[in-house]
Design a protein around this ligand. Structure first.
Ligand code: SAM
Length: 216
């Protein structure tokens, strides 16, 4: 069996710190969360490769660097209350839970949501709640959030989502059609009715499917 702890440390050093990720709590969280427990057994040995991997329900777990880039860009920090849309394997939510105080992560595939919740329970990550359902319009019940991350590519930035941010908070979300190169955006809430949008560069994500996303 590979030495996963050593591979994890090397991943953080080379793929994250080596590419400019600076947040100390985030780097520590990514040294802690065992990514090998968030992927199917058949791809476990590749858990610390520099790329996305296939997971159950035909979905993917994002590249570690993209997970870190999104968390850093959203300004997630200790004390924060965070929403993730597209929990998938639960890996990014687990990392978020090691940095922030509370995390809600929504996943439209019930089977993935169940697996993610079981992983949180096994690891004792009690400050993350996995919800099954369409998260394209966010989760107003627990709003407002310091940060919102969407791990699937939308067709627009839903107004309802922008309004679930605290003033001073940020939303990080890819936009663009399925199968095409998309752009990752950071939308920060500058005031009650004031948002600023920055393009963080090209990415490739599965589509955000739902009321405020694409049709299935
Ligand atoms: N963050 C995940 C992880 O760490 O494994 C990777 C997420 S994967 C790239 C994107 C996920 O978004 C898929 O599992 C997909 O089912 C989910 N998804 C797509 N549309 C959604 C929606 N409207 N609400 C919730 N989840 C959605």
């Amino acid at each position: 069996m590979p030495d996963f702890a050593a591979l994890r440390d090397a991943m953080v050093d080379r793929q994250l710190a080596g590419r400019g990720i600076r947040s100390a709590p985030l780097l520590a969280a990514m040294r802690e969360v065992p990514r090998e427990l968030f992927v199917p057994e058949g791809v476990r040995d590749f858990a610390y490769e520099d790329g996305p991997l296939p997971i159950e329900a035909g979905q993917t777990i994002s590249q570690p660097y993209i997970v870190a880039l999104m968390i850093e860009a959203a300004g997630v920090r200790p004390g924060g209350h965070v929403l993730e849309i597209g929990a998938g394997s639960g890996y990014a939510a687990a990392v978020l839970s090691r940095v922030a105080d509370s995390v809600i992560a929504i996943e439209r595939h019930g089977a993935l949501a169940d697996l993610a919740a079981a992983r949180m329970a096994r690891l004792g990550y009690g400050n993350v709640r996995i919800v099954a359902g369409d998260g394209s319009a966010g989760w107003p019940d627990a709003a407002p959030y310091d940060a919102i991350l969407a791990a699937a590519s939308g067709r627009h930035v839903p107004d309802v989502l922008k309004r679930q941010l605290k003033v001073g908070g940020a939303l990080v979300m890819p936009l663009g059609a399925p199968g095409e190169v998309q752009s990752l955006f950071r939308i920060s809430r500058e005031g009650e009715d004031d948002w600023a949008q920055h393009d963080l560069g090209p990415v490739r994500f599965v589509p955000l499917i739902g009321a405020e996303g694409w049709k299935e």
